[in-house]
Structures are given as C-alpha cells and as structure tokens.
Ligand binder design. Structure first.
Ligand code: PMP
Length: 419
C-alpha cells in the first residue's frame, strides 16, 4: 500500500473533516511559525491551530518541560486527584494571571476542550440563578455540543442538530450598531417586563472578538454597557475567551481592555501552550456551587497540559514584556492589512491585536485569497458566516520580519486574485 499521500484519509476518515479541503498536503514537522509537509515543503503558519498555538509550534521551553516530566515517570493521568503538576499550575495561574490583575476566581477543570468550558459555564449559570435562558449574540461561536451549539449563532452549524436546543435567545452583536452609541435600553425594557415572553435569563455569553463569526470586535464601551446591564439585573456575564484569550488581543484576558470583570470566564486553546487539550472555567467564588461529583469527566486532570501550561505562564506572563510585544505586532498587522485594504474597494480591516483579518464585500474573494496564499506557502483560514473574512492569526511569538513576510504574501495573493 501507498504509505504517503492522502488515500487513507479519503477512504477511511469521516468526511466531516474540513481544513484539509483547503490544505491538501500531509504535514509532519513544525517549529515556531512554520509547518513542514512530509515532502519537506515549508509553510508559514498564520493559522496557529485556530488559536491553540499562541507560542508557535514546539516552543523549546514548553517542549523541554514536558519531556523532562515524562522522562521522570511522573503522573500523566489522574482524573481530579491532587498532583504536584496540578498544584504547580494553580500556583502559576494565581501568581501570573489572577493576582497581578486583582482577580479572584475559582478554577474549575472541566475537561479538554473549549466546548467543555462553555458547557460548564452554561450549567453553573443555570444552577446558580435557577433560571434557564442564556442570551447569546449574532455570529457567536461557542462550540459544537448541544448546549454550546444552542448559544452559537451560525445557522449552518445548527441546522442538522434540530433546534431550539434549549431556551436561548439571540441579540445583535456590536457590529450591527454600525458605530452608533451602545444602547441596551431595548434589552433592559424586555428584561424588566416579566410578561414579554422573554424571561429574565440566567446569563449572557459573549466573545469580545468573534473569532469564528467574522472577527467582529466589540467596542470596550459596548462591553461595559453590557456588563453594567447584567450586573443591574443579576444576570451572569460569561466571557468566552477560548479564542481571544491567552494573549491574542495583547492582554492575557481579552476583556481587560474594557475594564470589565465577568462572572464566569472560559479559557482553552492556548492555555496549555504546546497545543495539548486543556480548558478551565473560571467562576467568581460565590458561583462555585457544585455538589462534589455533580459535573465530572475522565479527562479533567491531564498532567502534561498542567506542566506545559505552567511553563507557558512562567515564560510569557511573569510581567508585561510579552504582552507589549504582542500589542506592537498587532499594530504592525493592522497597518499591513489596512494598506492592502486601501487598494481593494469594499474590503475592511476586522479584529483586534493578533486576531485580525480582511473582510471582503464579495465573500468569494476571501476564499480565493486564502487558496492563493496557500499556493504561496502561507496558511490562513477564512472566518464569518459566509467565509467572507481572511483571518490572519500568526503565533504571538511571530517576529516582525516573519509577520512582514506573511503580509507580503497576502498582498501578492490579493493582487493576483484581483488581476
Ligand atoms: N468558543 C470559542 C470562542 C471558540 O473559538 C471555540 C473554538 N473555535 C470554542 C468555544 C470551542 O472550542 P473547542 O473547539 O476546543 O471545543
């Protein structure tokens, strides 16, 4: 049998796979911002595992921490037992993330994926308030399981599952305001009017930048108005920072810039640093209302992920140096994308920090640009309900020169598509 190529994927793997449609090569090795195919072709990776590889592929400090841990026969799997690796992680999280920001959250370990963190947030919000509805936003993405899908605003992804999944309601995200002053008076009136048919919800779940939904970035004042409304009605505010968190927007938490303190925060993707599955749900202490065993799972304590997460926090988040560098690269990315967009009528910069992209009025352009970029050995994905945005998501460790190289390829790709 052929031991290279894609035959076994075509014959054996479920057709649900998606990324390989755009990138029909077989990847093998990877380092920093680069992925290499089995044939030795090098690709600049500005996809970063959809945000799971903020520190690039195989960062030496993280890799060494994991190899050392395994070579010493330390505990790999332990459900939710106490382990040294878990203790080290909790301490590192407290010292590098929570304490410097004056935040007080209980850290729940809900399982390996972002979706697990979201499901946990939805459940505890309903338990804590005794209410059922959760308000989410247009174009939101929160996961693919039945609960998280119920708050995901993407009709294609919901269609096959049979909705409504549970009582949830959708509100317009900030981009629908077209820049006008944030105003939640309409929602306030609905919530105050118990007989409206739209019951007071348990929670509102929101992304500060919609990673999958077209890189819409909420304005800080919109987020503050939302947080204020929730606080006045005792509705819990859940920030899903699965994709925008862990430094993507230039702060560890994407909501820091707005100066809000959510009741519940979901983190996953880049939390383990090396790309190992890991998530946390952060709960204000008064919301940690679980009965022991009420919400469990086999993979709640994956020690290798604790080890690499601890290494990442100590390496990158002991002070603001790294975050400041991310903000600088974010500004470079914005300038580069705006220069490209200036030449393409109907295109616009979207996003914040290193979670950014170019939106095209003609949605077919975005896909064609991404395909052309692949041909020029740059990996970028599309985002948005109509795949109308080219999403540029380099690792946060990207050098200024690498970022410029990627922008140059994008520029050439846009020119070639429009030629
Ligand atoms: N929330 C957000 C904001 C996400 O971007 C994603 C993944 N794209 C998820 C939740 C779900 O995470 P996972 O794919 O790890 O289940």
């Amino acid at each position: 049998p052929d031991t290279t190529g894609t035959d076994v994927f075509e014959d054996r793997e479920s057709v649900v796979r998606s990324y390989c449609r755009n990138w029909p090569v077989v990847f093998d090795r990877a380092s920093g911002a680069e992925q290499v195919t089995e044939d030795g072709d090098r690709y600049l990776d500005f996809f970063s595992g959809a945000g799971a590889l903020n520190y690039g592929h195989n960062h030496p400090a993280l890799k060494t921490a994991l190899l050392d841990y395994l070579s010493e026969d330390r505990v790999v799997h332990s459900l939710d037992m106490f382990t040294v690796a878990k203790r080290d992680f909790l301490r590192a999280f407290e010292e590098t993330v929570l304490r410097p920001r004056g935040l007080d959250y209980r850290v729940q370990l809900p399982g390996p994926t972002g979706t697990n963190a979201v499901e946990t947030a939805l459940k505890i919000a309903r338990k804590a308030t005794g209410r059922t509805d959760v308000v989410s936003f247009t174009n939101a993405f929160h996961g693919m399981t039945l609960g998280s899908l119920a708050v995901t605003g993407n009709s294609m992804k919901r269609a096959g599952a049979g909705t409504p999944l549970y009582h949830s309601s959708t509100a317009p995200y900030d981009d629908y305001l077209d820049g006008s002053t944030p105003d939640f008076a309409w929602l306030e009136r609905v919530w105050a009017d118990g007989g409206s048919g739209l019951a007071l919800p348990a929670a509102v779940i929101v992304e500060t930048v919609q990673g999958e939904g077209g890189l819409n970035a909420a304005r800080p004042e919109w987020l503050r108005a939302l947080a204020d409304l929730c606080a006045r009605f005792g509705v819990l505010l859940i920030v899903d920072d699965v994709q925008a968190g862990c430094g993507r927007t230039g702060r560890f938490f994407s909501f820091e810039e707005a100066g809000i303190v959510p009741d519940i925060v979901c983190l996953s993707k880049s939390l383990s640093g090396l790309g190992l599955p890991f998530s946390v749900t952060l709960l204000k202490p008064e919301l940690d209302l679980w009965e022991p065993g009420e919400h469990n799972g086999t993979f709640r304590g994956f020690n290798p992920a604790f080890v690499t997460a601890t290494a990442a926090l100590r390496e990158f988040w002991s002070d603001d140096t790294f975050a400041a560098q991310v903000r600088e690269r974010g500004a470079q990315l914005r300038t580069g994308l705006e220069q490209i967009s200036a030449r393409v009528p109907g295109s616009a910069y979207r996003g914040r920090g290193l979670l950014a992209g170019l939106r095209f009025e003609d949605p077919t352009l975005a896909g064609r640009v991404a395909t052309e970029a692949f041909d020029q050995h740059l990996l970028v994905e599309t985002s948005g309900a109509d795949s109308e945005v080219v999403k540029v998501m380099p690792p946060l460790t990207v050098t200024a020169a690498e970022l410029q190289r990627g922008l140059d390829i994008l520029d050439r790709s846009v020119r070639s598509v429009l030629a």
